[in-house]
Design a binder for this molecule. Structure first.
Ligand SMILES: Nc1ncnc2c1ncn2[C@@H]1O[C@H](COP(=O)(O)OP(=O)(O)OP(=O)(O)O)[C@@H](O)[C@H]1O
Ligand SMILES: [Mg+2]
Length: 294
């Protein structure tokens, strides 16, 4: 069994109008990994995710998911890969939310009891169970995004592919989504591929990143390394997470000891601040005032 969840080899993708959306793209994601796809508007992120889900076929090169070529049995690939589209309107098409979420499990040939259980669990997981009888086109933008996430969760995918999952979510829903994704990752070792511009969100759901720009992979590596590469970040029009920028400034312009790698999350930042205070001559009560990591 291949230990690669996603293997994109030398892929080119040309849209029918001649637009070359991806060229010479190589991406490998090991089973159970959490990987981010970053890049500016038009970089090719959504196109790449469509290829991973088998919805598009590469013009050149190959895409394998869990060892299966995506240009073979696409039904089998889509049973294993759950893609949350960037635009929920492309994904929700049934008269009611319940039918939309039940559609995937029904299509998998599961019995009625299992379909009901899965649809109910998925809708409860995103907090939309109370709206199950509503028409999807009457949902708010954030509710639509949650509905698409539920419709994918109901299929119990091995590879979860999310395109701009935090778009239109309020901060509480964003935090709940982070918890939900990480629970799935911890409990089921689900593989995560997340495309986003929300760089403050990424450290909480990914460990490694690929940066796409104009259809090419321009950087790849641990988040800390990618975010510290100011040339790549600038050229790709990406802003590092707020915390990373703050600690970079502290390193450069204050007596703060050089913190390397730069913290990406609140927990890492608190750890560094406590470490700094412990080394400084500040009174113990000041040090105690800094909360421990959560
Ligand atoms: N259906 C299409 N037909 C022709 N060209 C397309 C089509 N869809 C996307 N493109 C083009 O392909 C390129 C990559 O688009 P894609 O949607 O993959 O970018 P993206 O990185 O997801 O951007 P965003 O951050 O705006 O979501 C863009 O130049 C876009 O104009
Ligand atoms: Mg996109």
């Amino acid at each position: 069994m291949s230990d690669l969840a996603v293997d994109v080899k030398d892929v080119k993708y040309v849209y029918p109008d001649g637009c070359v959306a991806l060229d010479s793209v190589d991406i490998r994601v090991v089973r159970g990994e959490r990987v981010a796809i970053l890049g500016p508007n038009g970089a090719g992120k959504s196109t790449l995710l469509m290829l991973i889900d088998g919805l598009y076929r590469p013009s050149k090169g190959s895409v394998h998911v869990l060892g299966m070529p995506t240009n073979g049995n696409t039904h089998k690939v889509r049973m294993k890969v759950g893609l949350v589209f960037q635009d929920p309107n492309d994904q929700l098409f049934c008269p009611t939310l319940w039918e939309d979420v039940a559609f995937g499990p029904l299509n998998m040939g599961l019995d009625e009891e299992e379909v009901t259980r899965r649809a109910e669990d998925a809708l409860k997981a995103v907090g939309l169970y109370g709206l199950k009888d509503k028409a999807p086109h009457h949902l708010s933008a954030g509710e639509k995004k949650k509905a698409t996430i539920a419709s994918v969760l109901a299929m119990n995918p091995e590879v979860l592919v999310l395109d701009e999952p935090t778009a239109n979510l309020d901060s509480k829903s964003r935090i709940e989504l982070i918890g939900l994704i990480n629970n799935l990752h911890r409990r089921q070792r689900i593989t995560l591929v997340v495309a986003t511009h929300d760089l403050d969100f990424i450290p909480m759901v990914a460990d490694r990143a690929y940066v796409l720009n104009r259809g090419h992979v321009v950087a790849e590596g641990a988040l800390e390394d990618v975010f510290s590469d100011s040339k790549v970040m600038e050229e790709s029009g990406l802003e590092p997470p707020t915390l990373t920028k703050l600690f970079d400034l502290l390193n450069r312009f204050t007596g703060f000891d050089a913190v390397k790698p730069l913290p990406l999350t609140i927990d890492q930042a608190l750890h560094e601040i406590r470490h700094y205070l412990a080394k400084s001559r500040l009174e113990p009560q000041v040090r105690r005032a800094v909360p421990k990591e959560s």
